[in-house]
Design a protein around this ligand. Sequence first.
Ligand code: GRF
Length: 192
Amino acid sequence: MTNHIPNIAIFASGSGSNFQAIADAIQNEKLEASIALLVCDNSQAFVIERAKKLQIETLVFNPKSFPSKVDFESMIAQKLIDLNVQLIVLAGYMRIIGETLLKQFPNRIVNIHPALLPSFPGAHGIKDAYDYGVKVFGVTVHFVDSGVDTGTIIDQESFKMDNFMTIDEVEEQIHKIEHQIYPKVLQKLLHR
Ligand code: GRF
């Protein structure tokens, strides 16, 4: 029998709350997809525990043990091809995607960013926006290209800051939005 449920791979380096939200959406039948693989570049990341609990295959690698990015991305690409992965989902993966993966998966890599791009790209989007003093915060889901958070925007959601919101409260609200928007966007992308 043919399997019509698309395979995705999630790349993460940290806590994995977005990984969890995507897994939960699949469990709750809000997202028709199968997480074929977790790719993680940090052996201490909590996301690995989450994947184990869900019995999702993980590929944990140490980038430093490879001669170059081309080498570790080639290893990852082969694994993704073997597993018939159709979409790469970056969820807190703290590494710039190189040409090997970009060429192998053109327009099939997406990322979530905790700010309203093109403002505040990079690793500290929430803090940068908060320190700047913006009053509207948000989340962006975008395709990945060779730049840092520069690819075509797929969807965004914003909220206006209440008076006296601390950075922790802003961050909490951003994560809440992330956990809703990412599964929704993935469902649309995979089944359009
Ligand atoms: C999220 O805020 C995401 O927008 C950013 O990295 C964070 C990952 O959080 N790219 P988590 O590991 O999914 O909890």
